[in-house]
Ligand binder design. Structure first.
Ligand code: NDP
Length: 255
């Protein structure tokens, strides 16, 4: 077995939430290039269809499930559909997430709850439901997309629930890694720095001093720089790694 074989996902079934654009799409494409059958899970059906067509062009089986990851019924239906169409799930990437800026003094409970419903509760629910299937088979790799916002407080924008939710995702990652190691399930997270995507498209220029110029590497990441990290964590290349929060931030959190 060569070192490259350890990165192969041939014969594996992978699910990527929020896989129809940006970081999630780059991961889905990367997994397909590595040989996995890929299911993407998101709400926009036009983008879902376009992405599935791209994945199939890479010569793998692919499907999209329209689902809101915060809804338990949608998740259960997703697992049933993926299992029926592709097979049991080997790799889960909890990537779907939202973020917006709001001051702590005036933020509403609804805004707080919306962030937590998708960034944290959904990661818990999807991990639990997919984890039950993985535990029954004694194998699986779960990758959560955390953030540097879970490690430091961003500036100049305020978005406390976002950072708090990502810090919780990091601890969820460690908790499940410890609890499920004996069941053959590895659980890790990636904590990206600023990656130029749609989540805050206009703000990259507004805040370029803080978000780009003050980064040791003096630039943003692109989604295709996150995908290979997810591939390492998904594959046997990381067979002894569990409970890790892998920081990919161009050095942002160094100072
Ligand atoms: P985007 O906003 O570009 O994409 C978000 C994805 O999540 C879309 O595919 C969207 O699809 C999906 N999604 C959102 N809400 C739901 C939902 N309720 N149910 C199902 N799918 C949903 O985000 P990014 O690619 O920028 O971010 C991806 C992840 O990376 C997030 O967790 C984010 O917090 C994290 N991250 C991003 C960074 C960045 O700088 N961009 C930095 C650090 C972390 P649809 O709308 O069709 O449902």
């Amino acid at each position: 077995m060569s070192i490259f074989d350890k990165f192969s996902l041939h014969g594996k079934i992978a699910v990527v939430t929020g896989g129809n654009r940006s970081i999630g799409k780059a991961i889905a494409v990367g997994f397909a290039e590595a040989g996995a059958a890929v299911a993407i899970v998101a709400r926009d059906e036009t983008r879902n269809d376009e992405t599935v067509a791209e994945l199939r062009k890479l010569g793998v089986k692919a499907t999209a499930v329209r689902a809101d990851v915060s809804e338990r019924a949608d998740i259960a239906n997703m697992v049933e559909t993926v299992t029926r169409e592709l097979g049991p799930i080997d790799v889960l990437v909890n990537n779907a997430g939202i973020g917006f800026h709001a001051d702590a003094l005036t933020m509403t409970d609804e805004e707080w709850q919306r962030v937590f419903a998708i960034n944290l509760d959904a990661v818990w629910k999807v991990s639990q439901i997919v984890g039950q299937q993985m535990a029954a088979r004694g194998t699986g790799s779960i990758i959560n997309i955390g953030s540097i916002s879970g490690l430091i407080v961003n500036r100049p924008q305020w978005h406390s629930p976002y950072g708090i939710s990502k810090a919780a995702v990091h601890h969820l990652t460690k908790s499940l890694a410890a609890e499920w190691a004996s069941k053959g399930i590895r659980v890790n997270a990636i904590a990206p720095g600023y990656v130029k995507t749609e989540i805050a498209n206009t703000e990259y220029e507004d805040y370029r001093h803080y978000w780009r110029d003050e980064v040791p590497m003096q630039r943003y990441a692109t989604p295709d720089e996150i995908a290979p990290i997810a591939l390492m964590l998904a594959s046997d290349a990381s067979s002894f790694i569990t409970g890790s929060i892998l920081v990919a931030d161009g050095g942002y959190t160094l100072w």
